[in-house]
Design a binder for this molecule. Structure first.
Ligand code: DGY
Length: 419
């Protein structure tokens, strides 16, 4: 209701650093890539100009090779580890992390563009378009080293789903013997049982050290990283983003860009097929070093309709998984299958519900005409926020809030979609 709307507004305002928004104070004191894009969708409900600004400012961090980094370190804040000194990237116009994050920007841009017919609105979309093209071209150029068509990531942080049980197998091959001593900050802000394990962090740091030694050169990093895994969520998010970019290309008059985007769409559709695990009938990760497939149903599978996949051979088994899982937990969508031994209801991406994934999954299902499941997800999200506030994530079992609080993207998704 009105109280929660007002609270959501005040969270976005409080986390606004003047043109860019941090996810939450203390735990994440910088600008994060996909957080900012969801925040823009929230701002768009009451301030379209500020929504554009959020995305424009994200692209200030874009690298010359087209990559848009996952963190922009605009000013140093010692409450976060690993900060700019650890990443060791270029410092102009400000330091950043060295890899990317799920590319939701084109989808948000299309929404913003369609919200107003004012000429200056189209101008802003037009100015951003070539930058988004360059980012999507970066994914296409560097992140399909085996030619499967799917999108590979070089670090679990790049997925945004840091400690997903599917990363356990590829992470188990990461050598941590040369990791320098470090002190985590996250567990001083949030209870350790809601966060990744020390063993995970050791491996995160080992991968970071290799990327840094490569100067985060996109080709060399892919060759040398000890963690190279195809991610169904990024593959589907990029596929969706490319469909939205294609519409923008036509409407904004970038007709020359259309065949290239069309090519990316066809490749990603094919790539997604390489991530279907016939044994469990779901989309999973694929370790590109060992060819080992993930074994669990993560919430990524429920982004199939969002990605524009309509094949009943995929959609029907996924509906069956959805209904089975809905019978096990009190709140959809858990980030991982509650019937899998890797499931933990409070530990970050090993079980908790995330409002932004719910938003994307529900939106896709609604577009595909599955109103029942779409509404189930939306209503569960409303119940979670009513019960536990604007938490970073929520237990699918008892609905408890977890992680950081006064969380920007949860507030944004509330405004843009949940109510
Ligand atoms: C963190 O520090 O936990 C973030 O998820 C990394 O992006």
């Amino acid at each position: 209701g009105a109280d929660l709307d007002a609270l959501a507004h005040s969270i976005l305002r409080d986390n606004d650093q003047g043109g860019y928004t941090i996810p939450t104070k203390g735990l994440y004191p910088y600008q994060w890539n996909w957080d900012s894009v969801f925040v823009a969708m929230g701002f768009a409900t009451f301030d379209l100009d500020r929504a554009w600004q959020e995305i424009e400012n994200l692209f200030q961090g874009q690298w010359d090779d087209g990559m848009v980094p996952h963190i922009l370190f605009r000013k140093n804040d010692p409450s976060y580890f690993p900060g700019p000194d650890i990443w060791g990237t270029k410092s102009e116009p400000f330091p950043t992390s060295g890899h990317s994050q799920p590319p939701v920007a084109a989808t948000a841009m299309r929404d913003l563009f369609e919200q107003s017919r004012a000429p200056e609105n189209a101008e802003r979309a037009k100015a951003l378009f070539p930058k988004v093209m360059a980012w999507h071209r970066w994914w296409a150029t560097y992140r399909d080293p085996k030619g499967h068509g799917s999108v590979a990531i070089v670090h679990p942080w790049e997925s945004g789903r840091d400690n997903l049980p599917d990363w356990d197998e590829p992470l188990s091959n990461v050598d941590t013997t040369n990791v320098p001593d470090y002190v985590r900050k996250d567990t001083s802000h949030v209870a350790p049982e809601m966060r990744p394990l020390k063993q995970d962090y050791d491996r995160y740091m080992a991968i970071l050290t290799v990327g840094k030694a490569c100067g985060w050169d996109p080709k060399e990093t892919v060759e040398k990283t000890p963690f190279l895994v195809a991610d169904p969520a990024i593959t589907m998010i990029l596929l969706r983003a490319n469909r939205d970019l294609l519409v923008l290309a036509e409407k904004l008059g970038y007709l020359d860009a259309m065949p290239e985007i069309q090519g990316w769409i066809e490749r990603l559709e094919k790539g997604l097929e390489s991530l279907w695990n016939p044994k469990i009938q779901a989309y999973v990760t694929r370790n590109l070093r060992t060819d080992v497939l993930g074994t669990g149903v993560s919430s990524a599978s429920f982004l199939a309709s969002y990605a524009g996949i309509t094949d009943p051979k995929v959609i029907e088994p996924l509906k069956a998984h959805f209904d089975r899982i809905a019978g096990k937990v009190n709140y959809m969508l858990p980030s991982y299958d509650p019937d899998h031994p890797g499931f933990e209801h409070m530990r970050y991406w090993r079980g908790p519900v995330w409002a932004v994934v719910n938003y994307m999954a529900s939106r896709g299902m609604r577009e595909a005409g599955d109103h029942l499941r779409s509404e189930k997800i939306r209503k569960d999200t409303v119940r979670l926020i009513q019960q536990s506030g604007f938490a970073e994530y929520f237990s699918p079992v008892d609905g408890a809030g977890a992680g950081g609080n006064s969380f920007s993207w949860t507030a944004a998704v509330w405004l843009a979609w949940a109510t």
